[in-house]
Design a protein around this ligand. Sequence first.
Ligand code: LLP
Length: 432
Amino acid sequence: MHEFRYVGGQLHCERAAVAALAEQHGTPLFVYSQGTLQAQYERLDSALAPLDHRICYALKANSNLAVLRTFAQAGAGFDLVSGGELERVLAAGGDPSRCIFAGVGKTEGEIALALRHGIYALNAESEAELARIDRVAARLKRVAPVAVRVNPNVEAGTHAKITTGTYDNKFGIAFEEVEAVYARAARRRHLRLRGVQMHIGSQLTAVQPFERAVRKVAPLAETLRARHGLEFFSIGGGMGIVYRDALASGAPAWWRSAAARRLVTPARYAAVLVPLLRPLGLKILLEPGRFLVGNAGILVTRVEHVKRTGRKTFVIVDAAMNDLIRPAFYDAYHEIVPVRRRGGRRRAADVVGPVCESGDYFCQDRPLPQVREGEYLALMSAGAYGSVMGSNYNSRPWAAEVLVRGGRSSVVRTRQAVVDLWRGERLAAWQG
Ligand code: LLP
């Protein structure tokens, strides 16, 4: 569900023509729809209305300040994984007392920063970390609110690199050990056991893995609440989105497709989980990232050349793996559409960037409308884990980002200047 569609043969983001944005701001360009961000948040929030709940947006998915401000104004808390993310939330006007802090390797400095800002909870992923949090809190003469991340050992049925809830992963504390860990943590003077947390993986497209994990961990949460007076149970993020036919998914026809009928939606998620969670009497936290932002953004790129070799057609564009690494890293599929709609025969092509790596492609042998130099393409569903996973590889400056609301647009990240690429670098003292 999103607000990208063709109007008069031109791709629009809400009421703004994407080609005009590309002309004005250059490419590669991330374009975000604020209406989609808000609508996704509201869909999830209203589906969960029967629960005492809080949505903590996992800002690792997209941490642009304008995106954070949008969710802060909608009433979200945030799920953070570094001191840098906490500083971003503060810069965007977010409330740290509605934030939780995850991650297997929080430094003492990050823990202290979070405690000083009155974080809602630190989610600990090991006993060593609980000991460290206790120590830092003692030094600050505070009591640290904590939760333990439970590893429920449940298969999430997603890509191996984004599965987090099995015993092959580094995350959390094994289900069987959790009760004893809480008992020992309860004896630490500077910890307050506030909740329990889990997260089994990302881009989960079915509701069953969520259900299996909640069925397994809910009784434990109930026991821990009774013993230690816990206040919340965070069931993590992971709700998947449509990547294939993402553009068509804005249209009613999409709902008739088989994939769409099976896809996890807020309504299906809530229908299964609310009855399991409500009797617990705990505040339920969610940590969605991709669901809130994924379909709300696209990456616009310009065709530089169309190169035909004996075997293949390569559409060489000005975006590359440094702008959007998901296809190279996870073999991820992103729908690619021309910004100006094109009819005619489709031809199999590889859309590739200019980076000197064979892995620098956005698709391979995909039937695409035939395009020419100077035309714009849109890589759909690039709002999550797009710009945030960017790099300066090959000394390519960071792409610009634009937020659209209705017919208005605003640059929310300026294109990085080339001289900024080596800001902070210097010659060694002996190099003159
Ligand atoms: N909570 C925790 C503890 C997490 O580790 C994650 C994601 C989330 C919430 C948010 O998950 P989401 O709702 O976005 O699925 N870069 C990969 C995804 C990595 C996800 C890492 N953890 C990708 O591009 O697919």
